[in-house]
Design a protein around this ligand. Sequence first.
Ligand SMILES: Cc1cc2nc3c(=O)[nH]c(=O)nc-3n(C[C@H](O)[C@H](O)[C@H](O)COP(=O)(O)O)c2cc1C
Length: 389
Amino acid sequence: MDPLKGKKVLVGVTGGIAAYKAVELVRSLKKHGAEVKVILTPFAEKFVNRLTFETLTGNKVFIDWQENPLTHINLSRWADVFLIAPCTVNTLSKIASGIGDNLLTTTVLAYKGNLILAPAANPAMYNNPAVKENREKLKKRGITIVEPEYGILACEEEGEGKLANEEKILEYVRKSLSAPLLKDKKVLITCGATREYMDPVRFISNESSGEMGFSLARVCWWFSAQVKVIAGFTTAQAPFCVEIVKIRSAQELRAEVLKELNNTDILIMNAAVADYKPVRRESKKLSKKSKLTLELEKTPDILEEVGRLKKNTLLIGFALESEDLINRAKEKLKRKNLDMIIANPPEVMGAKYHKGFLITSEKIEEFVFGSKLESAFFIIKRLTSFISS
Ligand SMILES: Cc1cc2nc3c(=O)[nH]c(=O)nc-3n(C[C@H](O)[C@H](O)[C@H](O)COP(=O)(O)O)c2cc1C
């Protein structure tokens, strides 16, 4: 289900100091199941060597036309996606101007698919007015630029110019390999655990990691949705490419969800909201006593409220039950006016793996036991068929 699996990725490497990072990048692409071919510019060969890439990819590395005058055409036809990382400002500007003066830039001219550039350069070079103009030109043409990050660079200057994080670049490659099934759709996802404080340091919460919500957000983004995540407390790696708003309590979560509801096509309520909160929140830390009685009250039922208020939003809820899982989830689907519910047992909370059932008014499907990313992919695929039907 990783969009990289079995896909042909053509990687261009240009002559910047970050060229050494392309070695790890190529290795990661291979590890995720992609087939990789590499083109080096003649300048890149001064920084990294052909043998390294040939060993890692198992394919011949291309620098010039060597024995085949149609190398640029053949490579452009071969690739499912074309990534240039790192991309010097020189190569970026040549691509913007339609120049083909080496094998890499000539292959770009012949290539008709998705082109992704991940530039890296000294901040002054990157923000040079000519380069800025060229970047804008490329973006207008629909070419993806994975913007460099802020950091301390090899030239010992600090600023925007560091090659984007490897995982972020891979996410852009995955997106360009995925069909834009959710293009123009606004997706709102809640995830993680809420906390309800009894005093400044103690709280009621749960072990939700945010893994499922973040996985759903990644898959929606791969499918070109505009994604926003409202996240409580999480321990999972947050996705690189989506907007994340942090909340702490059920009350804060409710306020954020209601603010967005009318502007949302798909709302996935995955946050593990604490059902109860202390009636009083002490302003000072409670001192130790032999016994403490805590009075609790219910937190707002946000899912039920949203089910009542929604107009055209598709609403997906989660049910975590120790007993009678399917029946309770089916009852919740109906009572809360949901379009889909994911029923899962308590042991999936905080775990890396997932299992359970996807339930709609029409059918019940069991998830294949696997990672939360695999289940997220299954859920979003079902959702897209829901939209198109
Ligand atoms: C040591 C060194 C480091 C360089 N690092 C970068 C860089 O990080 N980014 C960049 O855009 N150019 C960098 N350059 C300049 C490019 O190498 C130069 O523009 C070259 O013509 C690029 O050729 P290419 O784009 O065909 O690979 C560097 C040059 C040297 C000598």
